[in-house]
Design a binder for this molecule. Structure first.
Ligand SMILES: [Zn+2]
Ligand SMILES: [Zn+2]
Length: 78
């Protein structure tokens, strides 16, 4: 084990479960998995917080997991 603090410039969307920025897309479109807590999430087309609909243009774009209306996460645990 190294005593140094590992720093990465690759910060993804924050995991709704553990809060760590380790959310990564999977092979399935609209599915994400947290590399930190290994929970899986599905990107909803409807915001679970405010109910606003979102047009999912690019699945690989991590910005799409954030609701443009309320700023909440569009991810639901699966
Ligand atoms: Zn997590
Ligand atoms: Zn919303």
């Amino acid at each position: 084990m190294s005593a140094g603090t590992e720093h990465t410039t690759q910060s993804g969307p924050e995991c709704p479960s553990c809060g760590e920025p380790w959310l990564r897309g999977t092979n399935l479109p609209g599915r994400y998995r947290c590399l930190h807590c290994l929970h899986r999430f599905e990107l909803r087309s409807e915001c679970p917080h405010c109910g606003a609909h979102s047009t999912i243009a690019r699945m690989s774009d991590t910005a799409n997991v954030i609701c443009r209306n309320c700023g909440g996460s569009m991810l639901q645990p699966i």
